[in-house]
Design a protein around this ligand. Structure first.
Ligand code: ADP
Length: 260
C-alpha cells in the first residue's frame, strides 16, 4: 500500500473512540508542551479541556487540525490514523471530519455572510450553489442570523460574526467540532448569545465537541466529561459534577478557585 493510499474508515461501533491520543508528546524546542498524553473521546460526547494558560489545550486542537504534528505518539480520528501521518491524502480525508472555530472569527471580509458559509461546501464537498445556499440558510436560522445572509462581516457585531463562524464550520457537516476559546475575544455582553447557540447545538445535534474554554458555567452545562490539564498532562478527568463539585487534585482546586 503506498503512503498516499487512503485506508477506508472503520465504521466506529457505539463504544469505539472517535478521537484517540496515545502517548502523544509535542515539543517546541526544549519546551515539552504535551507530555506522553493519552485521552479519548467517544462519538457524540462533549468534552471540555480546562486548565491554566500554557498547559497545552490549544495545541491539542491544533494537532487535530493538522496545523502541527507531534514528535511522538499516535492520534486516531474515526478509526483513521492521523499521526504518524500516512500521507497528505489521508490527512485531508480525516480533516474533512473536523471543523474548528477559533478565538478570532477569521471570516472572509469581502464576502457576504452567506458566501462565507457556502464557499467550502461548494469547493471542497462539491455541493451545488443551490444546495449550499439552502443548507447555509438553515444554519443561519439555527444561529439566529437568518435575516443577515446578505450582510458583510464588518456590518455585524463580534458575537454575530462568531455565530457565522460556527455556522460555517457546521456547513461542512463535520463529525467533530473543535472550539478554541470562542468567546475570549468578545465584549462581555456578546458572550451569552454565542454560548446559547453552542448549548443548542450540543442539545440538538449528535456532533462530537472538543472545547477549550474559560467559561466554567458553560463547561458545566454542556460537558459529558471535563479534562483538567496541567503541564501537558491530564491530571484529573470526570463528569462536570465531580470536577467542579468535588475535585480530587490540589491543582484542580487551585485552578477552579482562581477562575470561579
Ligand atoms: P493553552 O491552550 O493551554 O493555553 P497552548 O497549547 O496554547 O496552551 O500552549 C502551550 C505551550 O506551547 C505554551 O508554552 C506556548 O508558549 C507553547 N507554544 C504554542 N504554540 C507554539 C508555537 N507555534 N511555537 C512555540 N511555542 C508554542
Amino acid at each position: 500500500m503506498s503512503a498516499e493510499t487512503v485506508k477506508p474508515a472503520e465504521t466506529p461501533s457505539p463504544t469505539a473512540d472517535l478521537i484517540r491520543f496515545d502517548k502523544v508528546t509535542k515539543r517546541f524546542g526544549d519546551n515539552t508542551v504535551l507530555d506522553d498524553l493519552c485521552f479519548s473521546v467517544k462519538p457524540g460526547k462533549h468534552v471540555t479541556l480546562i486548565g491554566p494558560s500554557g498547559s497545552g489545550k490549544t495545541t491539542i486542537l491544533r494537532l487535530l487540525m493538522t496545523l502541527m504534528k507531534p514528535e511522538e505518539g499516535t492520534i486516531h480520528v474515526n478509526g483513521q490514523q492521523l499521526f504518524p501521518s500516512r500521507g497528505e491524502k489521508q490527512l485531508r480525508e480525516v480533516r474533512k471530519n473536523i471543523g474548528m472555530v477559533f478565538q478570532q472569527f477569521n471570516l472572509f471580509p469581502n464576502m457576504t455572510v452567506l458566501r462565507n458559509i457556502t464557499e467550502a461546501p461548494v469547493r471542497v464537498l462539491g455541493l451545488s450553489r443551490d444546495e449550499a445556499d439552502e443548507r447555509a440558510r438553515e444554519l443561519l436560522d439555527m444561529v439566529g442570523l437568518g435575516e443577515r445572509a446578505d450582510a458583510k462581516p464588518t456590518q455585524l457585531s463580534g458575537g454575530q460574526q462568531q455565530r457565522v463562524a460556527i455556522a460555517r464550520a457546521l456547513a461542512m457537516r463535520p463529525q467533530v467540532l473543535l472550539l478554541d476559546e470562542v468567546t475570549s475575544a468578545l465584549d462581555p455582553e456578546l458572550v451569552a448569545g454565542v454560548l446559547d447557540v453552542l448549548r443548542d447545538i450540543a442539545r440538538t445535534t449528535d456532533i462530537t465537541m472538543l472545547c477549550v474554554t474559560h467559561e466554567m458555567n458553560f463547561a458545566r452545562d454542556i460537558s459529558d466529561d471535563v479534562l483538567m490539564f496541567d503541564a501537558g498532562r491530564v491530571i484529573e478527568s470526570g463528569p462536570p459534577e465531580k470536577i467542579f463539585g468535588d475535585p480530587e487534585h490540589e491543582r484542580t482546586r487551585e485552578f477552579l478557585g482562581a477562575v470561579l
